[in-house]
Design a protein around this ligand. Structure first.
Ligand code: SF4
Length: 66
């Protein structure tokens, strides 16, 4: 089953950790605007998605089963 990721922009502080940990899934530009670039996260990227969720310093990322 695929996963989806959501960023809570009220919590995100734009440090780009997610984009460094999982560049296939998250982006973060120079101004600190983060985004989810994959609508559905395939199984092979599951571990990276979970790692990014755990490593986000502000707990802004939620990853759930699609
Ligand atoms: S790791 Fe968290 S706080 Fe940092 S840019 Fe990504 S969502 Fe925002």
């Amino acid at each position: 089953m695929a996963l989806t990721a959501v960023i809570d922009w009220d919590k995100c502080e734009g440090n780009g950790v997610c984009a460094r940990v999982a560049a296939e899934i998250f982006s973060c530009d120079q101004e600190g605007n983060s985004d989810v670039i994959l609508d559905e996260i395939p199984n092979e990227l599951r571990a990276k998605a979970m790692l990014a969720m755990r490593q986000c310093p502000t707990k802004a990322i939620t990853v759930t089963e699609a």
